[in-house]
Design a protein around this ligand. Structure first.
Ligand code: APR
Length: 262
């Protein structure tokens, strides 16, 4: 296995996407760093600075869903700053490059771990949000989803109008099972993929981190876009060492040039 770094890597990444029968992408918090949303781990990470949050959000929600909702809606609460950052954020050149790759037929699906809605705002059409989307609420029984603003919050916790189940933020809490519908979609995409572009993720949180391994095990190609080493760097075929907002547009431009559509 030859691993390409630096300038050769951009060309190698573009060529791998063009060669692939079914290329997909997996993105993480690093994609949104250039939109002003800090990552969790690594340099500048929220948890690097403040330590990890409690890992039992799901257990706390089930124990007292009304209290969990009150904390989430508290204008002075800890979630307020995150919500303000999410509301102010806009897609960056990295998001837009993934939309362009999809439009060129070089991405069949983007699996994102991000809950910030930026891929959707950027125009990504084939998108699987494995950790949910902060702008949606979801029924924990039937997985029906609504935009947050469509849900009446005069009575907490809100209940599903389809099945009467409890509604919660679509963002997957720590300890919460990934909703079966989106997990099955992500696993199906990874089983179909012969190439995966992994951008902006430390590749440490499962089951998302299993997706590139699934592609590797079936002798597919792994491309990594990240300014720093990750768990995947040692097994990736192509490593583009740089920020997504710079690297992804260069990969898209190289693909256009190689395909003769520049
Ligand atoms: N471009 C690309 N990658 C970047 C950039 C950038 N500009 N800046 C930082 N990175 C990389 C970091 O090097 C790191 O590898 O983004 C990655 C961010 O890693 P994490 O903070 O661990 O985020 P992520 O991998 O998405 O975390 C997975 O963990 O906390 C849970 O649910 C949360 O979805 C999240 C999951």
């Amino acid at each position: 296995m030859t691993t390409f770094f630096e300038d050769d890597a951009i060309e190698a990444a573009a060529a791998a996407l063009l060669r692939a029968r079914y290329p997909i992408a997996l993105t993480g918090a690093g994609l949104s760093v250039e939109s002003g949303i800090p990552p969790f781990r690594g340099p500048g990470g929220l948890w690097t600075k403040h330590g990890e949050p409690p890992m039992n959000g799901w257990e706390l929600f089930l124990a007292d869903p009304e209290l969990a909702w009150r904390k989430r809606l508290d204008p002075q609460g800890p979630m307020r700053e995150l919500f303000e950052r999410l509301a102010a954020a806009r897609p960056n050149a990295g998001h837009l490059a993934l939309v362009e790759l999809e439009e060129m037929g070089l991405l069949r699906c983007t699996v994102t771990q991000n809950i910030d809605d930026l891929h959707r705002i950027a125009g990504q059409r084939e998108l699987a949000e494995i950790h949910g989307n902060a702008t949606l609420v979801r029924c924990i029984e039937c997985a029906a989803r609504w935009p947050r603003e469509e849900i009446a919050l005069d009575v907490l916790p809100p209940l599903c109008t389809h099945c009467g189940g409890l509604l919660k933020s679509d963002t997957v809490s720590f300890g919460e099972p990934i909703p079966p519908d989106v997990l099955e979609r992500c696993q199906r995409e990874a089983r179909s993929a012969d190439c995966i572009l992994v951008a902006g993720t430390s590749a440490t949180v499962y089951p998302a981190a299993a997706l590139p391994i699934e592609v590797l095990q079936r002798r597919g190609t792994v491309i990594e876009v990240n300014p720093y080493d990750t768990e995947l760097t040692g097994v990736a075929h192509v490593v583009v060492r740089g920020p997504a907002g710079d690297a992804l547009p260069r990969i898209a431009a190289a693909a256009r040039r190689i395909a003769g559509t520049a």
